[in-house]
Design a protein around this ligand. Structure first.
Ligand code: CA2
Length: 152
């Protein structure tokens, strides 16, 4: 069964414990269970990974680039957290793993927030973007990935 990587960046381990008005009450383990159920319903296996370290996220993208080339991965749903707005290294990593489709996903509507959240270094390298649907955006992103790239 092909894998889908659910990748979460800095501070998303705090989901459901603080700032519920912005990010809701769902915890990261609950979000990951939702992603696993969604992927499984569509015939894929979700692997979930969160890190507060930029390099760990880059390593994981590289790993999935290799899996994609081997035909063992469909793509990635990625919420880079605040690194969205700062990290050219994440842009380079996604560009470097030629072909791996990465769907950028944000829980909140970043365009309705501070101006510094309205630029993403990741978006130009993304295959698609889901913004502002809360944690359900991850399920929409998985469905979009499968619709666009998952045909048998
Ligand atoms: O809306 C999103 O998903 C964000 O990627 C979340 C990031 C933020 O920096 C981006 O601009 C938009 C922040 C993630 C922090 O997550 C927390 C969750 C609960 C409590 C505190 C932080």
């Amino acid at each position: 069964m092909k894998k889908i990587l659910i990748l979460n960046g800095p501070n998303l381990n705090l989901l459901g414990t603080r700032e519920p008005a912005l990010y809701g009450n769902t915890t990261l383990p609950e979000l990951e269970a939702l992603c696993q159920a969604t992927a499984s319903r569509l015939g894929f296996a979700a692997e979930c990974f969160q890190s507060n370290w930029e390099g760990a996220l880059i390593d994981k993208i590289h790993d999935y680039g290799r899996l994609y080339q081997a035909g063992a991965a469909l793509g990635c749903v990625f919420n880079p957290g605040a690194l969205t707005h700062t990290s050219i290294a994440l842009f380079d990593a996604i560009q470097a793993v030629a072909g791996l489709p990465v769907i950028e996903c944000h829980i909140s509507n970043v365009h309705a927030r501070e101006s510094f959240r309205q630029h993403s270094w990741v978006s130009p390298a993304a295959a698609g973007i889901v913004i502002g649907f809360g944690v359900h955006g991850y399920a929409l992103a998985i469905e979009g990935l499968v619709r666009k790239y998952g045909a048998p």
